[in-house]
Design a protein around this ligand. Structure first.
Ligand code: UPG
Length: 494
């Protein structure tokens, strides 16, 4: 008899940076033969409907939300349209979804095998457990970065640590941090502000969950994963890297295949490992003066080819058309592209996965978002780190000091940077010198480690494949146990 298809319910926070990794995980689980229910607020579901592939069997389910009831502008259902301050407010009020989520679960005809929810929805563990459902949190961020974030928020305040290098009291093995690695909300937080209250309620509630899934690799990220095992005493599974959907459109781009070909043609013409790829991810931007300095460094790096995905600098509308004359040095685009054929400037969005997989790419200047890091290291491409927000500062530090595959170029988007410093660091990572050679050797070692983690053969299963199986087995065991309890309970009642 064919085994009944079990259902897994996924529920990400309402932000693209959360919805997209959850969708990626949903595709992965769908491929493994599970029915998938993907829950979100109505406007996000509407958007998802138009982007799912036609052959997808994922069921999209709406959870009601009225932004006006929470002092938010009408139809606000995603952080994309919000200022930083309102995004924080939106995050703090997200726990108001709890009663609706309970109603949604109780209205399901069949109990799901498992609920996979967002790290901001720690409360959802108790709701799932009320219905006897296995519950895990999924983190798109890596173990080390999230461990620092967790520790820093639970060990407030940091106001007094100004000008000091310090260690995290419960994560000493994470090493030293510098005050410039704290984002403003963390620096200003005390026990009275709403975001502190949110974090103090949410982060400890993770302990109620049955486990955490990380989009990372055990061998690479053991330090952070061990922190959570020790701190929470729950299961922690490293199941990554989970590849992003292959279509660039699903990742958020809008290029056609033809445009991707333009990049590949450019790369095909270049020498092996001679191209620097530059991107600050899907959300972050640098300032105009930083952009000018970066361009000057590239102007002077005559032996380096590059592809740069340029987003409008801070202070300009995010949807604004590309304005070379305001954002870049005079004649820059003409010089590097038309005259020298060594620099390709891409307004906004580049086919990153395809670019990083090309043999001509020698390094990636990145804001250190975790997906970008994995995509780079999967291809053995070393990094130049320019962290801007969130846990990116900790990621950069980890990759430079613990893993040895990165050189930090600059920090934040309101700092002064200098083109000579940037150029020097580009030359370290891309040039022939002892440090550069060692960084590249290490990046190849990590590439090997990552590809071993996802081997799925008859006679060998990599660590991430085993972790995914262990997670699914744990969910099935719990499900069986709660069904047995129910059957026995019914029998003793009858
Ligand atoms: O021109 C571009 C820019 C981005 N991408 C893709 O967009 C994703 C970007 O992801 P990531 O590198 O993780 O950056 P963010 O979008 O900034 O990610 C948010 O989510 C991450 C995972 O939780 C965190 O590590 C970051 O701090 C947070 O900003 C990657 O898959 C890229 O391939 C493209 O394809 N083309």
């Amino acid at each position: 008899m064919e085994k009944k298809k079990e259902t897994i319910l996924l529920f990400p926070f309402m932000a693209q940076g959360h919805i997209i990794p959850f969708l990626t995980l949903a595709f992965k689980l769908e491929k493994k033969g599970y029915n998938i229910i993907f829950v979100n607020t109505p406007l996000n579901i509407k958007k998802l409907k138009s982007s799912l592939p036609q052959n997808s069997s994922i069921s999209l389910l709406e959870i009601p939300f009225n932004s006006l009831e929470h002092g938010l502008p009408p139809n606000t259902e995603n952080t994309d349209s919000l200022s930083y301050k309102l995004s924080i407010h939106f995050t703090t009020i997200s726990s108001s979804l709890e009663p609706s989520f309970r109603n949604l679960i109780s209205s399901l005809i069949e109990k799901p095998l498992c609920v996979i929810s967002d790290m901001f929805f720690g409360w959802s563990a108790n709701v799932a457990h009320e219905f006897g459902i296995f519950h895990v949190i999924f983190s798109g961020a890596g173990g080390f970065g999230l461990a620092c974030y967790y520790s820093m928020w639970l060990n407030l305040p940091h106001k007094e640590t100004k000008n000091f290098v310090f260690t995290m009291p419960d994560f000493q093995e994470g090493g030293n941090l510098d005050v410039s690695q704290l984002n403003p909300s963390l620096l200003e937080a005390d026990s009275n502000d709403p975001y502190t209250n949110f974090n103090w309620k949410n982060l400890p509630s993770w302990i109620n969950s049955d486990g955490i899934l990380f989009n990372t690799v055990e061998g690479l990220d053991k330090l952070g994963l061990t922190y959570f095992r020790r701190k929470l005493g729950i299961q922690v599974w490293a199941i990554g890297p989970i590849p992003w959907p292959t279509s660039n459109k699903q990742r958020g781009g809008n290029e056609t295949g033809e445009e991707t070909e333009k990049f590949i043609k450019f790369l095909d013409e270049k020498e092996e490992k001679s191209v620097l790829y530059i991107s600050f991810g899907s959300q972050n931007r640098i300032s105009t003066s930083q952009m000018m300095e970066l361009a000057k460094a590239l102007d002077n790096a005559s032996r380096v080819n590059f592809i740069w995905a340029v987003r409008p600098p801070l202070g300009f509308d995010i949807n604004m058309e590309f304005r070379a004359e305001e954002w870049l040095p005079e004649g820059f685009v003409q010089r590097v592209f038309e005259d020298q054929n060594r620099g390709l400037i891409v307004p906004k969005w580049a086919p990153q996965v395809e670019i990083l997989a090309h043999k001509s790419v020698g390094a990636f200047l990145t804001h250190c978002g975790w997906n970008s890091i994995l995509e780079s290291l999967e291809n053995g491409v070393p990094l130049l780190g320019w962290p801007i927000a969130a846990e990116q500062f900790y990621n950069a530090k980890f990759l430079e000091q613990d893993v040895g595959v990165c050189v930090e170029v600059a920090r934040g988007n309101n700092s002064q940077v200098n083109h000579e410093d940037i150029l020097e660091k580009i030359e370290v990572v891309m040039g022939v010198n002892d440090r550069g050679n060692e960084i590249r050797r290490k990046a190849c070692e990590i590439k090997e480690m990552i590809s071993n983690a996802i081997i799925d053969d008859e006679d060998f299963k990599g660590s991430s494949i085993r972790a995914m199986d262990e997670f699914l087995n744990a969910a099935e065991s719990k499900n069986k146990l709660s069904n047995d309890v129910k059957i026995n309970g019914n029998m003793s009642n009858s």
